[in-house]
Ligand binder design. Sequence first.
Ligand code: GAP
Length: 458
Amino acid sequence: MESKVTMDKIVNLCKSRGFIFPGSEIYGGFANTWDFGPVGVELKNNIKRAWWKRFVQEDPQTYGVDAAILMNPTVWQASGHVESFGDPKMDCKNCKTRHRADTLIENHSKGKISAEGMTNEEMEAYIEEHDVRCPVCGKRDFTPIRKFNPMFTTSRAMTGDASDVVYLRPETCQGEYVNFLNVQRSTRAKVPFAIAQIGKSFRNEITPGNFLFRTIEFEQMELQKFCKEESSMETYEDYKKRAITFVENLGLKNEHLRFHDHDKLAHYAKAACDIQYLFPMGWQELNGIHHRGTWDLTRHQEFSGKNMYYLDPITNEKYIPTVIEYSIGADRLTLALLCEAYDEEQLENGETRVVMHFHPAIAPYKVAVLPLQKNLGDKAKEIYNTLIKNFMCDYDEAGSIGKRYRRQDEIGTPFCITIDFDTLEDDTVTIRDRDTMKQERINVNQLVDVIEKRIKFN
Ligand code: GAP
């Protein structure tokens, strides 16, 4: 990709413009945690709202939930996370750095070899044969591969023994599976239907990094579609299409997106793929679409002792539905949209303007009100007070108008309204478009309608 965007530029802009700050910064930070600032929280909320609108509000077959983060620990036995969730980790005996064996192999082969589906023995043999070395100290002196369970634990601290252990959920979807019957019965939903939620997940990742890409606390937007086995592949293909259309509508360019089919499938799965995005560090997973068969509901039936069968009210058929899962990280998608929006434009006067070309629907602020002079503040405040009833709106009277435009360009505000002395005479203002920098004169009482029309998804 011919691009001026680098992760450093994104991280710096995010900090200086109030998108995202390092977590617990005044205490020296807390690695791989990030705090969303006033501008960033608007961006991420708009992304989450767009997802919810598209996949829940506009789909009568989908029902939302907001399940508890702390779940009965048996849930994580049923899901397989207690026993086998985990990355294959190796420690460098020389410099004590912890690595993922699959990442070592993939980086060493410059992405040509995928370790997906290799056994631990196969990965150890590859590392030996191909002389894969520790990227930190250059030695090849690793411990054998061990599974590292990245679930964070906490405790109810009633008795202080192992039975008090409670897990912070490493994925949100189990809250959807365990509520399958509650949702179906309370809504009288008929298969096929889906359960969706947006919420925090936690993973003690071995190799976090690349800003928001892989963190230890993150938000997921997940959806499980419960369908009949016969129609499951059609549903899978349908979600592939919906998932890519959704991120394209938000602003990710088609040439920066691709499907990546999984090489090796879980024994219960018929298909699995990711949508990858071309991040500054290369092609990486943005979201997953997984055919999960009847595995999850069957496991919960086994571990809870509760019947997970669905009774078709028309045919009287009784069966455990097949699940198609669509899962995307809200933070990872925010990062992709930040990278896509970032641009450095050469202006005619030789200056460079940094501008975030967010789709107006997800831009943190929709409009900024800028009085040309401070003594126009009363009129400008009057307009601002009307606009904030309709949109997230910024107000700025400090510095030259050029500097104020630049500040709004850097946070991606699609429209700036300038108030001048003519405004006092004829109630008109200038509205400036972020992308074209063109200005037009419109009446104050048209502002809400004009902005509303221009910020909508097509
Ligand atoms: N329930 C399925 C599941 O959790 P996953 O591939 O492990 O599948 C789904 O995660 C999505 O969640 C990923 O595609 C990514 O967008 C996001 N994600 C996963 N781990 C993450 C992390 N450590 N930091 C940020 N986002 C993450």
